[in-house]
Design a protein around this ligand. Structure first.
Ligand SMILES: C[S@@+](CC[C@H](N)C(=O)[O-])C[C@H]1O[C@@H](n2cnc3c(N)ncnc32)[C@H](O)[C@@H]1O
Length: 402
């Protein structure tokens, strides 16, 4: 199968995929009281304590040595991170849509449902006139997370008040087939990183792109091989990028030609370049936005770089957790379902690709800049002046449609 299909299968197969079987999103319980913490070091320590408590509680329900735990800014900085997003939404809604349109929010991949609750709580308290005309729809691939989101809504009388505003749609965005003509905001936080990529290597003599596939033999061993025949989706991505992207970007053929030829003529060196991972699924997501959500405005955040990545350009981090330790490996060709496979997003490239597909204009901010603009940063400031909402997630960016 194509590398893209192999990664999709590893992450999303309903029977053994990483998402349905292993993934749990950490929640710290009560929000952190940043004002009483000495600094970022104490925040880190307190977080460690809550992490252990969270895993102990999970182990009491069910022992699982390979359980995967994520933590996201939505969870670590709740409700302040969600409130920053809510402020951005209300301001932009009031600028151009209020009072002629409802505030319609789609959230793809809502995790524990925390962002949804934080936004709705904020609107109800601070902008009741907007809350009145708000509708919130979640598109969630994981049935266990979709149930959890509903459970969160029903759990307390406080959150239950939002029930009639929310619809939770348990399906993958890639199966979406409903036309939404109304203007809407479309939120996607830490979802792109798990969208499958294709692997491409180039012939250094002809510059021809070859597409990677994975073969699994009868003993379960993996082999990667490359074909000169590109499938239509990978071919389209390369065409769109070629036409749309003006700024320079990393590419295996970009080292000087003479050096490349010399390198590839050395004995034992592969006759193809290093692998480049291209975000074919992300391009297909932009196609869906363009086709079914013509009036959308995207609000998305993800990692622009990741430590401990496997070799290659735009290559993924592949890791598992074993007995509460994170174990990175050096290839995505590993036993399906046991490993998280997450990719960085090249925001400069994807901004151009998004613009070309949707015809919309965008802005990209470093995470810190976006938070300085929209968060009440004093909520997350510690005693010594350090502010984890600003200092953490330096490797994340935010892209919005303007
Ligand atoms: C890393 S979690 C982030 C959760 C949440 N946005 C947050 O920041 O806390 C990724 C979320 O995206 C969902 N997801 C992944 N692929 C998806 C797809 N193709 N369609 C819809 N949801 C998806 C996962 O089930 C999960 O809820």
């Amino acid at each position: 199968m194509l590398m893209r299909d192999f990664i999709d299968d590893s992450l999303y197969n309903p029977h053994y995929g990483y998402f349905p079987k292993q993934a749990v999103i950490f929640t710290p319980g009560a929000p952190f009281d940043f004002g009483v913490l000495k600094g970022e070091a104490e925040f880190q320590k307190e977080l460690g304590v809550r992490y252990t408590e969270f895993e102990d509680a999970l182990d009491n329900q069910e022992e699982n040595e390979t359980r995967q735990l994520w933590h996201t800014p939505t969870e670590l900085f709740r409700p302040y991170y969600g409130e920053a997003i809510a402020r951005y939404l209300v301001t932009n809604y009031k600028l151009s849509l209020y009072p002629y349109h409802d505030l319609l929010i789609y959230e793809m991949g809502a995790g524990n449902g925390t962002m949804m609750l934080n936004i709705l709580d904020y609107l109800r308290e601070m902008h009741p006139e907007v809350y009145e005309c708000t509708r919130y729809k979640v598109i969630e691939i994981s049935s266990s997370l979709a149930s959890l989101q509903l459970h969160q809504l029903r759990q307390s009388a406080h959150a239950a008040g939002h029930l009639d505003k929310v619809e939770i749609i348990n399906k993958s965005i890639f199966d979406w087939d409903t036309y939404v003509s109304s203007p809407c905001f479309f939120i996607a936080l830490e979802v792109f990183d798990n969208f499958a990529h294709d692997a491409i290597r180039y012939d250094p003599y002809t510059d021809e792109a070859l597409q990677g596939s994975v073969l699994i033999d009868h003993e379960g061993d993996f082999y990667e091989f490359y074909s000169r025949q590109l499938d239509p989706i990978a071919a389209r991505y390369l065409r769109v990028r070629n036409a749309a992207v003006s700024s320079p970007y990393s590419h295996p053929l970009k080292s000087p030609r003479a050096l490349q030829k010399l390198y590839h003529s050395l004995p034992l060196v592969m006759n193809l370049t290093a692998a480049e991972y291209i975000p074919t699924r992300l391009m297909q997501f932009f196609d869906i936005l363009h086709r079914y959500f013509p009036g959308h405005r995207l609000v998305t955040s993800d990692f622009h770089s990741l430590p401990d990545a496997t070799p290659g350009i735009n290559a993924p981090v592949v890791q598992t957790r074993y007995k509460r330790r994170t174990v990175p490996v050096t290839t995505p060709l590993v036993h399906q379902g046991y490993f998280d496979i997450l990719f960085p997003t090249d925001f400069a490239v994807m901004e151009d690709v998004y613009r070309a597909i949707t015809g919309k204009l965008t802005r990209v901010y470093p995470h810190e800049d976006f938070m300085r603009r929209w968060a009440y940063v004093e909520d997350t400031q510690t005693k010594n002046g350090e502010n984890p909402l600003l200092g953490w997630y330096q490797n994340a960016s935010v892209l919005t449609t303007v």
